[in-house]
Write a protein that binds this ligand. Structure first.
Ligand code: ZN
Length: 119
């Protein structure tokens, strides 16, 4: 498996993109990328497009959620560890995905159904 980091081109999905600059907004910084394959420029917006975070960050976030930390606490923790602010919306999204996974696992397991009637 080839491990590739960073952004991929939204047009051709190629990872051969380079950073060519940043555009600063009031609220966020947009990274401008250039795709070497299709020669197009694109930006990655913090809020709307799917932002790819390091798998480690997602994993950490989920660990913290599992530990019962609130979104705000998880956010703070990640800020300390990775020096980046991850929108709570994003953390919430991760946790929903995580809970969905748990749910589907439980659905396959019907063993617990009759418990409580054994006395
Ligand atoms: Zn491209």
């Amino acid at each position: 498996m080839v491990k590739k980091r960073g952004a991929s081109c939204p047009y051709c999905k190629d990872y051969g993109v380079i950073k060519i600059g940043k555009r600063k907004n009031k609220r966020c910084i947009k990274q401008i990328f250039f795709c070497k394959l299709c020669k197009r420029k694109f930006t990655i917006d913090d809020g709307f497009l799917k932002v790819k975070y390091e798998p480690n960050i997602v994993k950490d976030a989920l660990e913290l959620i599992k530990d019962g930390l609130s979104l705000a606490m998880v956010q703070e923790e990640l800020q300390h560890n990775y020096n980046m602010t991850i929108p709570r919306k994003t953390i919430l999204y991760w946790s929903h995905k995580y809970i969905e996974n748990i749910g589907s696992k439980n659905n396959n397991n019907t063993v617990n159904r009759k418990e409580g009637y054994s006395k």
